[in-house]
Design a binder for this molecule. Sequence first.
Ligand code: SER
Length: 316
Amino acid sequence: MKKKETILVIGAGGQIGTELIVELRRIYGSSSVIAADIKTPGYEVFEGGPYEILDVLDHRRLYEIIKKHKPSQIYLLAALLSSTAEQNPAFGWKLNVNGLFNILEIASKRKIQKIFWPSSIAVFGPNTPKVNTPQFTITEPSTVYGISKLAGERWCEYYYRKHNIDIRSLRYPGLIGHKSQPGGGTTDYAVHIFHEALIKKSYRCFLNKNSALPMMYMPDAIRGTIELMEAQSERISVRSSYNIAAMSFSPKDLANEIETHITGFKISYKPDHRQKYADSWPVSIDDSFSKNDWGWKPKFNLKKMTSDMIHNMKKN
Ligand code: SER
């Protein structure tokens, strides 16, 4: 255990939150990490330390919680992902942007040392260079989710410049983990496929077989997030959001890898509305700013991730 920090994690019951909270509590101590979510979180989050019920859009309650716990750091993870936001654009925009705005406003008035907010590869769009997508390039997202994340990035940089708020952000690729269920994203086929492979030995994929996308295994994502948050402020040159990468693969590549563990696994393809979101996103990401500024280095490739996923899912 190290450092005296009080950390508030909003959206602690979600895909990233459930894993991040466990790691933060291990590092900073259980009582120093407050989980907050609109719903009562799952057992591990709920039992592991303090928690608060919070709708990040409820400004008053948010203020109360911040007054009560006086966090030195806030991780704001509450959001709607690409597919869910597309079904409810008004709410997707409201939650993803106003939620962030509420936090930035409070941070400009109270002493909060650091904020983490996740962006996404969805900030890129059909006119973005697809391969090795640079940090600074055409964005023009075509999904509600991507538009909200791009707006959020601009707000982060604005509040950093105008109010000197130390906000840090990553453009996560598709995240793959075994601790939570798929959460309404386009890249979530790469989570769902493992569940179905173990139960049914088959999976019908909603993307076509060659749709390669940037992906990352959750342990890398959690480690990268905490490393970014622990880096010296002077080393953070990007105050919108950092490109970050680990691997890129298509549904077919993943299915082939799963088949090496689950003999007879079969995949079929029936692309739906999510195909066009995937088509608008990069195939691979240039993350040299993350590497050079704060030393990012992934540990998991497709092979290692697949074998670790299957090992852990079988165990549970
Ligand atoms: N995982 C996100 C989604 O598919 C993209 O960042 O919505």
